[in-house]
Design a protein around this ligand. Structure first.
Ligand code: TXA
Ligand code: MG
Length: 319
């Protein structure tokens, strides 16, 4: 069963088609990374601007020097420590990687995902699969096969169903193309993990924004957003805000932290479990017919950094 569906997926990829695949972070919309026409299909399906680069997913056996022009020691150390896993490395692009993949940039994003189906597919394909998250541009990333179907209907010829994603938030992106590591997008692998392995504390995203950094659509303020207007509220202010909106006649859905409040949903007060459930919860609340969503703000500490990053973007009102 699995072998047959992997064969089918490989045949589609070889024919220049797209295939949706599970990873441990979110589902991806994959195509042959060395085929510019196949990569163009991804952009067309997503409605994504052509200058937004894609991540190339590699089998664990791939040689980094086949995909990157320069492989610093820190890249080798991070790959050895965290691949397969939720970490994407930005390196200088190897000349054979099409500019269609990198959005015209001279750098390339690489990662080996940690999901049995993705790994089986990558090994059978034996090359790189370019894959953004399998959602339309600006929408919430999918963490189940059903979410991918909701986004694309029958426009995607094959969706490999690997169950719900274990991590649920997109990979940490570390830029190593400009010397010292810079975190472009926080994720399950934290700054402390990167410091421990490379010996350098990575610069934070804010600094990366000010420098002439590579473009990353994860840096757009409004991204990962529900369609219902949403706001972040501290737990202590939640009852008051709820009462004020109710008095105004608004139907309000709450994403509560730790304990259910009787309106909407609650996620566990634990960063990995919260991250795993966040996108499914936002999709469910978005379908709930609410006028407004209130999201109870998690603590501001390091363990919550990736969750807080996505929540800030979910409530942002512009770019
Ligand atoms: O967990 C993930 O990373 C998921 C799964 C499917 O692997 N993929 C994902 O892809 O989140 P996407 O395309 O939705 O987000 C990739 C991010 C974008 O913000 C993109 O701009 C950035 O990676 N990126 C890709 N190549 C880059 C490059 N050369 N320089 C800087 N940023 C890059
Ligand atoms: Mg995305």
């Amino acid at each position: 069963m699995t072998a047959a569906v992997i064969d089918q997926a490989v045949a589609l990829l070889r024919a220049g088609q797209v295939v949706a695949l599970p990873t441990e972070t979110v589902y991806g919309l994959g195509a042959d990374a060395l085929n510019p026409d196949a990569v163009a299909r991804i952009f067309a399906l997503k409605g994504r601007p052509a200058d937004h680069p894609l991540i190339v997913h590699l089998p664990p056996e791939a040689a980094l020097e086949d995909w990157a022009a320069d492989v610093p020691a820190a890249a080798r150390a991070l790959a050895a420590a965290f691949w397969p896993g939720p970490l994407t490395l930005i390196l200088r692009r190897h000349a054979r990687v099409p500019l269609a993949v990198t959005g015209g940039q001279d750098t390339v994003a690489l990662r080996v995902p940690d999901h049995p189906l993705a790994l089986a597919l990558l090994r059978a394909f034996a090359s790189g699969i370019a894959a953004p998250s399998a959602n339309r541009f600006g929408h919430i990333s999918p963490t189940t096969a059903a979410h991918v179907r909701d986004e694309f209907g029958d426009a995607v010829p094959l969706i490999l169903d690997g169950g719900p994603c274990r991590v649920g938030l997109e990979s940490t992106i570390v830029d190593l193309s400009r010397g010292a590591p810079v975190v472009l997008r926080p994720g399950a692998i934290g700054a402390a993990d990167i410091t421990r392995v490379t010996g350098h504390a990575p610069a934070a995203q804010r600094a990366a924004r000010q420098a002439p950094a590579p473009r990353a659509s994860g840096l757009l303020a409004r991204h990962y957003a529900p369609r219902t207007p949403a706001e972040l509220v501290n737990g202590a202010d939640l009852p008051g805000r709820l009462a004020a909106l109710a008095a105004h006649g608004d139907r309000v859905g709450v994403l509560a932290l730790g304990r259910p409040l009787g309106h909407g949903l609650a996620l566990p007060d634990d960063p990995p479990a919260y991250g795993r459930g966040l996108y499914a919860a936002l999709r469910e609340l978005d379908r709930g017919g609410y006028d407004r969503l209130l999201i109870e703000a998690p603590p501001q500490d390091d363990a919550w950094r990736a969750v807080n990053d996505r929540l800030r973007r979910a409530v942002a009102t512009d770019d």
